[in-house]
Design a protein around this ligand. Structure first.
Ligand SMILES: C[S@@+](CC[C@H](N)C(=O)[O-])C[C@H]1O[C@@H](n2cnc3c(N)ncnc32)[C@H](O)[C@@H]1O
Length: 230
């Protein structure tokens, strides 16, 4: 397992696109650029995100982490579930996305929702969370495996992580379009060609299942659970 992790680290820092730092910097530029249009372009994902949040089975008072929150399109739904006594901490790397998310929080007067501008791969927290959400964000991170490990580290034992993400068409005639689709996503979203979201989730979390697929399998919802305390 240690060797596998080392191999992966080498792959993700020596890759053809310039490696970790270059990817992270491009992420900032790309997502700052889209920050004013976000919400319109991602509307199709709204019911998918909401269903993913439902799978977390949140309860009033829960502390929830959202990695790669963008402008905060998931905040309202999460807050409905955790109530005023819960807490939502969100993280995003794009300063413009963070500004939009903070505007949303201020406009709604939510006192238990906050956003940190940070790299989800390395950010650390003082207290662990009861649940986490990563919606359309893991596959654009500079080191997917490390980001997943960091989410796991940030959770209490037995906690759930819900993921919505995109991937190459796994089967059927659409597969022939995969190279084009991914070139587009690389430009549009700074998608990480070396990341393996499902493989990383399965390697890091105790249990993980693809709970749902969408758009001919090119998008999926997964639910993972961290090992409960012994
Ligand atoms: C497609 S948007 C997803 C926004 C939202 N979660 C949603 O469900 O629509 C991807 C977000 O991930 C953020 N992101 C990319 N790399 C990141 C990183 N290393 N750390 C934190 N956020 C990152 C981007 O800034 C962007 O806002």
């Amino acid at each position: 397992m240690a060797t596998e992790q080392q191999d992966k680290a080498v792959t993700e820092t020596s890759r053809s696109d310039g490696g970790y730092e270059a990817h992270l910097e491009r992420s900032r530029t790309v997502w700052d650029r889209w920050s004013n249009y976000y919400g319109q372009s991602e509307k199709d994902f709204e019911p998918i995100r909401e269903a993913a949040i439902d799978r977390l089975a949140l309860e009033p008072g829960d502390r929830v982490l959202e990695m790669g929150c963008g402008p905060g399109v998931n905040f309202e739904r999460i807050r409905e579930e955790i109530g005023e006594e819960g807490e939502l901490v969100a993280v995003d790397y794009s300063p413009e996305m963070v500004a939009n998310a903070r505007e949303r929080i201020e406009a709604r007067g939510w006192e238990n929702v906050s956003v940190q501008r940070a790299d989800a791969t390395t950010v650390a927290f003082d207290d662990p969370f009861d649940a986490a959400l990563a919606s359309l964000s893991l596959s654009v991170m500079p080191d997917v495996r490390r980001a997943v490990e960091n989410v796991s580290r940030s959770l209490v034992p037995g906690a759930r992580l819900a993921i919505v993400d995109v991937r190459p068409a796994p089967s059927g005639p659409l597969r022939v379009l995969n190279p084009l689709i991914w070139r587009f996503f690389r430009w549009y979203a700074n998608w990480n060609p070396d990341g393996d979201v499902v493989g990383s989730l399965e390697a890091v979390f105790d249990t993980c299942e693809i709970a749902d697929t969408h758009f001919a399998g090119t998008a999926f919802t997964a639910l993972c659970t961290k090992r409960a305390a012994d």
